[in-house]
Design a binder for this molecule. Structure first.
Ligand SMILES: [Mg+2]
Length: 397
């Protein structure tokens, strides 16, 4: 525990790669490291390129305390000066990883040998650690055993409805002792991206489609925002002459999962992106479906992002998975000579497993979430993990 806490952690988010041909480019990266040269990263997205300059790294202990976050976001540039080289390697690996892979996937076996080959686990949360508000049976004991075996664990979620503080509370409520610095949510990723791109210095505001996770993270870095839950009951006037007035000082629209999305919010975002010069369109993630109840799958943030893509013709800057900088950070921080000693564990093929494969990691799919076994093993599936389990409890049979 002490070791985990002292190792202060990381974060890195970054840019992004493209599912379905989307070329995004984000650039996030943040490290909780004590020092480090400014990092320059450039990101390219369709039709535009951007250079991001991170400020010198400073110390942070992890959670949201405003100074900690500011420092963290400032440091955001991430630890790896090796990033450029790694990115070139990623580009190559990424192409290779996407080519094929519908060969039959083996169930995990010989767990001891498998565990011996892994130093770091990156866990997706929904469908892996918990479902909805219930921890998956046996997960706390598995995490304890992994740590007892000297493995490091990080938790990454594309769900933007909570801030890191909110997720820390969720882990606590589920009886999981997880330090905040090991948690990476896409709400934080969005804030980190804005910090990294020095958005605050533009004097512009952010319009949010999303929930309080995003607004809480923006508050921590002092970026003005509106929308989100404040607009959940807004309606539009479609009578003669009806129009929505929008703020020309909105410089970015952040779209995250929003259970109260409505036509007003879509129209407002459309006006900002289409009419405010240079307004960024940032998506926390493109997940198609999500788990809100254990009874069925629910439309994910891909539906909110799709609505805005549809009325703007713009591709978003995606800040959640899949993003390579976190991996680059881990490599640098822990001097990992071989990415295959990092294992991505997730329940989605098109985000978690693709993320792992594109970054040269080991991958393990768990059937405790979105993906069912018949889909995984279907000839139509082109994204194959290295192995799969019913739940991570299978790590210790
Ligand atoms: Mg999941």
């Amino acid at each position: 525990m002490a070791q985990r806490r002292s190792s202060s952690a990381l974060y890195g988010v970054a840019a992004c790669a493209g599912l379905a041909g989307i070329q995004i480019a984000p650039t996030l990266g943040r490290a909780f490291c004590a020092s480090g040269p400014a990092l320059r990263a450039s990101a390219r997205r369709t039709g535009e390129s951007a250079s991001l300059q991170a400020s010198p790294a400073s110390q942070s202990s992890g959670l949201p305390g405003s100074s900690g976050v500011a420092a963290a976001a400032g440091v955001f540039g991430l630890a790896c000066v090796a990033a450029a080289g790694a990115r070139r390697r990623l580009a190559t690996d990424s192409r290779a990883a996407r080519v094929v892979c519908n060969a039959k996937v083996p169930r995990l076996s010989d767990q001891k040998a498998w565990l011996d080959g892994i130093d770091i686990f990156i866990f997706d949360c929904d469908g892996v650690i918990w479902r909805g508000d219930s921890v998956i049976d046996g997960v706390p004991a598995v995490l304890d055993k992994l740590r007892a075996a000297g493995k490091r664990c990080f938790f990454v979620t594309n769900n933007s409805t909570k801030s890191r503080a909110g997720y820390k509370g969720k882990f606590d409520s589920l009886g999981l002792d997880v330090p905040a610095e090991e948690i990476f949510s896409s709400s934080f990723s969005a804030a980190a991206y804005l910090e990294q791109t020095k958005f605050k210095e533009t004097g512009k505001k952010v319009y949010i489609i999303g929930e309080k996770g995003i607004s809480e993270e923006l508050d921590l870095i002092g970026v003005p925002w509106f929308g989100a839950e404040q607009d959940k009951d807004k309606v539009v006037n479609l009578g003669s002459g009806g129009k929505v007035e929008h703020d020309p000082d909105v410089g970015a629209v952040v779209v995250g999962f929003d259970r109260n999305v409505n036509y007003y919010k879509i129209q407002y975002a459309q006006l900002c992106i289409n009419e405010n010069p240079g307004c960024k369109f940032i998506a926390t993630n493109l997940d198609k479906v999500t788990h809100l109840t254990d009874a069925q799958e629910w439309a994910g943030n891909g539906s909110m992002v799709g609505a805005i893509k549809g009325c703007t013709g713009q591709e978003p800057i995606v800040v959640g998975k899949p993003s390579p900088l976190m991996i680059e950070y881990l490599e640098e921080k822990y001097k990992i000579p071989d990415r295959k000693r990092i294992c991505m564990v997730g329940d989605r093929l098109d985000t978690d497993i693709l993320f792992g494969r594109d970054n040269g990691l080991q991958t393990c799919l768990t059937l405790s979430g979105v993906t069912k076994e018949d889909k995984l093993l279907s000839d139509d599936n082109k994204i194959a993990p290295d192995s799969y389990v019913s739940s991570i409890v299978d790590f210790f049979p």
